[in-house]
Design a protein around this ligand. Structure first.
Ligand SMILES: *Cc1c(COP(=O)(O)O)cnc(C)c1O
Length: 220
């Protein structure tokens, strides 16, 4: 079976959504998948995201999946459907400000550091409560925290990947219970990429972000 269909089917079975990660790929590749019915696309560079959004159909849901600098939020604020990797109060405040300027509420996910490898990005689980306290002290009515996002360690060790996804699922349940009780919008767990999405779906991912499996390898 064709890979796109297979992944779409896996998502349906798990009641998860597929984010097609089209970074570095040309417009024509996105159109190809669009014609097959895919409507959610993810990019990790603001400029590229804006250029593609401008020329592609308006019913595409554009997700910003990569690290986002505060000074670039304004460019995507008018149209972005979901920002996956928020990891600072400064960024959250800027998203709120730009969303207000555009008279909208922007949905975001908080990125949690779950990998064993050193990463600059993501909130450490041990810092999470402090983050939430700082967030709750502000009144950010133009952002909606809809869940969490994480990336597993880049490794062949499937047990380690599974453990990291399980950890993220535990954190998700805990945060939902402690901080977002009775807030049905907090329901997304964005985890799983080309190499590990099957494990992620088994561990309760609601959103997988797939690039190379759909579009082929990237040449940076
Ligand atoms: C590039 C990227 C992906 C997709 O990676 P693949 O391994 O090509 O599926 C997913 N998430 C993020 C944050 C990315 O930057």
């Amino acid at each position: 079976m064709e890979l796109f269909k297979e992944i779409t089917q896996d998502c349906e079975n798990a009641q998860a959504r597929l984010v097609a990660v089209s970074k570095t790929k040309p417009i024509a590749s996105i159109e190809g998948l669009y014609e097959k019915g895919q409507r959610i696309f993810g990019e990790n560079k603001v400029q590229e995201l804006c250029q593609k959004q401008e020329v592609l159909p308006s019913d595409i849901e554009w997700h910003m999946i990569g690290h986002l600098q505060s000074n670039k939020v304004k460019y995507i604020a008018p149209f972005v459907s979901l920002i996956h990797a928020v990891d600072s109060i400064k960024l959250l405040k800027e998203i709120n400000k730009q969303a207000r300027n555009n008279e909208r509420v922007i949905p975001v996910l908080l990125q949690i550091k779950i990998a064993s490898e050193d990463s600059k990005f993501g909130i450490s689980p041990s810092d999470f409560n402090a983050f939430m306290e700082a967030y709750q002290a502000l009144d950010l009515s133009h952002v909606s925290i809809n869940g969490l996002m994480g990336m597993a360690t880049f490794t062949e060790d499937k047990d380690q990947i599974r453990k990291e996804f399980q950890l993220l699922q535990e954190i998700f349940q805990e945060v939902k219970h402690n901080n977002f009780k009775n807030q049905p919008a907090f329901k997304e767990l964005s985890m799983g990429m080309s190499g590990d999405y099957k494990i992620a779906l088994e561990e309760g991912s609601t959103m997988i972000r797939i690039g190379s499996l759909l579009f082929g390898h990237r040449n940076y």
